[in-house]
Write a protein that binds this ligand. Sequence first.
Ligand SMILES: [Zn+2]
Length: 337
Amino acid sequence: MPERPRTTPLIQVTHLQAIHLPEAGLWLDPPVAKDRAFVSHAHSDHVARNRTAICTPLTRDLMLKRGSAGRRTEFLTPNPGEVMELDGFALRLLPAGHVMGSAMLHITRLCDGAALLYTGDYKLRRGITGEAAELLPADTLVMETTFGLPRYKFPPAVEIAEAMVRFVNEALVAGGTPLLLGYSLGKAQEILGALRSLPHPVMLHPSVAEMTRLLAPHLGALPACAPFDVARAAGHAVILPPGAPQIDELRERAACRVAMVSGWGLDKAAKYRYRVDEVFPLSDHADYPELIETVERVKPRLIYTVHGFTREFASDLRRLGHDARALGQEEQLDLSL
Ligand SMILES: [Zn+2]
């Protein structure tokens, strides 16, 4: 992509309830329904009953399955790499490496080539399942900074997968029932992928089973799965979403060993906060070094941070010489300057 003169005006970004690109008439992951929105992935904090939703075909399928689209939502689902023109802008969806179907949005103003990249939730390192993220240079970068503190650096997924298999085997050998807690979409399939060589059947909570059935063509080999039955769970590895009501019942019936699977597992107190026996820091978000790498590869003139440690990460970027702001908090920044 040719470098544009640094005088090209940037694509305007505002933040009223949600991220908005007024020139393109487009909202980015609005939590409340809008006329036209880009939906980066199907997690519930990113979907709303928008009139027109731009997303990948897989995110559309997941939204329909989860009942998170409006009855009259019209979907525009460009395929990966396809360029879609909309009101003077070229839109391109790039793989985000977050959950299955997740995408970043790269948008270019056709009259002068000014470009913006919105990451949505993403990660650059490879997970156990799913595709690798792709980045493109842009003048403006709107990036999520969930783990935007230097202490967040995740171990490789293969190491965490080996530790999970050890945890499951040790629990089963001791006559216990290992419970692995992870969100139904994304984390649960990563856990299942980690257990792919397990010789015992795995039991899936119905919400995990439903998502896994839909995503199965993209997941590769999986372990044998047994139907969910609390009364017969003993002796199985069980995957459930955190907060599933059956967890307490399972704990009462069987000698359970419970593990939470979450990036927040890097926090020292996580095991006590989640009240579990083990925590595995498997995350589908970028860690701090990946956030820095993203800025280096996209080479933006202006960076907006959203989600998590927005002000801390924007402040670190400014120390590195970048123009970076926590989106929606510019006033506070002006005051602090
Ligand atoms: Zn997400």
